[in-house]
Each structure stands twice: as C-alpha cells, then as structure tokens.
Unconditional design. Structure first.
Length: 189
C-alpha cells in the first residue's frame, strides 16, 4: 500500500470556516488547552490574528488533495533561534497512516533548514502519549514536566515539554527519513 500524498500549504482566508469546525471537534479539542466551544466571534479574532502575526505560521495539512488538519509554528523567535509548534489531524480516517509523522518531519526540516533555527519545542498534555512518543521518536527530548498546568474537564492535568535542537536533528534525521521512506512517503531531498 502506498502512502498518501501529503502537502502542507499556507492557511488562508478560505480556510476560516473549516478550521473553526476542526477546532471544535471533540477529538481535536480534547488535546487543546481550551475546554470550551469556540464561538464564531472568538474564532474570527483568533483567525485574523493568526494570519497577521509574524511570530506564527499556519499550514493546512492535505492528504491526497483533501484538507485533513492543521500544523503551526508559534512563538517564532528568530532572535533566540527557536520556535514552538503543534499540529492536529482533524479527519479521524487519516490517523494511523503516517501522516502525522510526515508532518513532523516536514516541520522539523522547515525549522532547521529554511528558517535556520536552533530549537523546536512543544507542549503535549500528559495523556496524549502517542503524540509525545512520536516526538521522542524524531529526537525530541523531554525537557519539562509542567505539573497541574492546564485545567481540562474540571481537573488539573500535567503537560510534557519537549525540545529538539538542530544538532540532535542532525543525528536523528537519517533514521527518521528512512522510517518514512519505508512507509512509502515521497520526501523532498
């Protein structure tokens, strides 16, 4: 079985309504820091800010030409050589196909290659073990356990902080690339 064709394209005005629906899906919202249903007005403010903020970048993840999720950089601090990132797959049918791993590889390559940064970091709710383990598989190291950091469903929950340095990626890149190639993904050179 061949891997889906995955593309990350910049988020644009035409993605406004789709992203609002995605942000409110229970399977997406369960791993976000917020717990409430996002209103159209709240989303409009966020969306406008997301497109205008130079310290953020958003991409729509497409699999076989269909929009299936969102990836982003935030707290992009070129003066410090770092950025944070997050992503989600909104379409449950895409999970388990390696799309998240492809997105991870693409974002890492973008951060250390095109942007020339030194560090990529992220925060993941402790209960989202498949995602923080995926990050570790790409060379991320656990740098923090933020205890009782986020209120989710009425309970305080821990957050795992993970970081990847450019020099760590240089060591992990070949193995990560080989795993994706073995799954049939077409990777840029």
């Amino acid at each position: 079985m061949s891997a889906p064709q995955v593309l990350l394209r910049p988020m644009g005005p035409g993605d406004h309504d789709r992203v609002l629906v995605w942000r409110n899906l229970p399977e997406v919202a369960r791993w976000m820091y917020s717990d409430h249903a996002i209103t159209p007005e709240e989303h409009a403010r966020w969306f406008t800010g997301a497109l205008a903020d130079a310290r953020r970048r958003y991409w729509i993840i497409e699999a076989d030409a269909q929009p299936v999720g969102l990836a982003n950089l935030y707290d992009l601090a070129t003066e410090h050589g770092r950025a944070a990132w997050a992503y989600y797959l909104a379409d449950p049918s895409t999970r388990g196909q390696g799309i998240g791993a492809f997105v991870e590889y693409w974002v890492i390559e973008h951060v250390f290659g095109e942007l020339g940064l030194n560090k990529l970091w992220c925060e993941v709710l402790i209960g989202n073990e498949p995602v923080w383990r995926l990050h570790e598989g790409f060379g991320f190291q656990r740098e923090a356990l933020l205890r009782e950091h986020v209120l989710k469903e009425g309970a305080l929950t821990d957050v795992v902080g993970l970081g990847l340095l450019a020099r760590d990626w240089a060591k992990a890149r070949a193995a990560s690339r080989a795993r994706l190639a073995a799954r049939g993904f077409d990777l840029p050179v």
